[in-house]
Design a protein around this ligand. Structure first.
Ligand code: 0O2
Length: 211
C-alpha cells in the first residue's frame, strides 16, 4: 500500500533525481571543453520524514503548509574547489530557465553564529506528473570542500548533542570554521598553480587512456 508520505514525497524525489543529473551535467560540459569546472561534485537528498516532522515542530509549520513553508524537503548540494567558484555557480544557476530562484541566502560572506558558511538558493522547480505540472520548492546549497567538511562534522555533532553544544565544543567548532575559511583563502592564493597542475594531470591520464 502506498502511504500518504510516499505520495507527498514522490515529486520531491523526482525533482532531486532530475536536478542531480542537470547539475552534474554542468560539470560534464566544463570537462568536455577541458576548462576548470566550478563544480567538483553534486549530492542530493529528500529530507527524511522524521526530520520533516522535527523541523515542522521547531518552526511551527502546520503539516498542511509544508509545500509552501518548508523549503528544503528537496535538497541539492554543490561542492566547489574554490570560494570564487561559488559565485560562478550562482551566476550559472541564475541564467537557467528550467527553474526560478525565489530566495538567496549568502552565508559565505555572512557566516552563521555557529561558524556555518554556504550559499543557499531556494528554487521553484516544475515537476511533470501524470496529473500535470507540479511546482515544488528545493534548496540548493553551494559551498567549498572545506566548508562542506566543517558542516558535515558539525552536523553529526549537532545530532549527538541535539543542538545544545557544551561551551568548549562550540568554541572549538567556531575556531575550526575559521581554520576552514583560512584554508580556502590559502587555496585561492595558489589557485592558478593548482589548476595548471590539475590540467596537466588530466592530460596525462587521457594520454594513458584513463581519462
Ligand atoms: P538537514 O539535516 O541538513 O536537512 P534554520 O534551520 O532556521 O537555521 P532555514 O530557514 O531552514 O534555517 O534555512 P537555512 O538557514 O537556509 O538552513 C537550512 C539548512 O542549511 C539546514 O538544514 C542545514 O542543511 C544547513 N545549515 C544551516 N545552518 C547550519 C549550521 O549551523 N550547521 C550545519 N552543519 N548546517 C547548517 P536542516 O534542516 O537544519 O538540516
Amino acid at each position: 500500500m502506498v502511504n500518504h508520505w510516499d505520495l507527498f514525497l514522490a515529486p520531491y524525489k523526482q525533482a532531486v533525481e532530475e536536478l542531480k543529473v542537470k547539475l552534474r551535467g554542468i560539470r560534464a560540459q566544463f570537462e568536455m571543453i577541458e576548462a576548470h569546472s566550478p563544480i567538483e561534485f553534486v549530492t542530493g537528498r529528500v529530507k527524511p520524514v522524521a526530520s520533516i516532522l522535527d523541523k515542522a515542530q521547531k518552526k511551527n509549520i502546520p503539516l498542511d503548509r509544508l509545500e509552501e513553508e518548508m523549503q528544503d524537503i528537496a535538497g541539492l548540494r554543490i561542492m566547489c574547489q574554490f570560494v570564487d567558484d561559488i559565485k560562478t555557480v550562482v551566476e550559472l544557476l541564475r541564467q537557467r530557465n528550467d527553474f526560478t530562484i525565489v530566495e538567496e541566502r549568502d552565508y559565505v560572506t555572512q557566516k552563521k553564529e555557529s561558524g556555518y558558511r554556504s550559499y543557499h538558493l531556494v528554487i521553484r522547480y516544475p515537476v511533470q506528473t501524470i496529473r500535470g505540472e507540479k511546482n515544488i520548492l528545493a534548496e540548493i546549497q553551494i559551498r567549498t570542500l572545506a566548508m562542506n567538511f566543517w558542516a558535515t562534522i558539525e552536523h553529526s555533532l549537532n545530532y549527538k548533542y541535539s543542538g545544545r553544544f557544551p561551551e568548549d565544543i562550540k568554541a572549538r567548532l567556531q575556531r575550526a570554521a575559521e581554520a576552514a575559511y583560512r584554508l580556502d583563502e590559502e587555496m585561492s592564493k595558489i589557485r592558478v598553480e593548482i589548476q595548471e597542475a590539475q590540467a596537466a594531470f588530466s592530460r596525462k591520464q587521457e594520454a594513458k587512456g584513463e581519462g
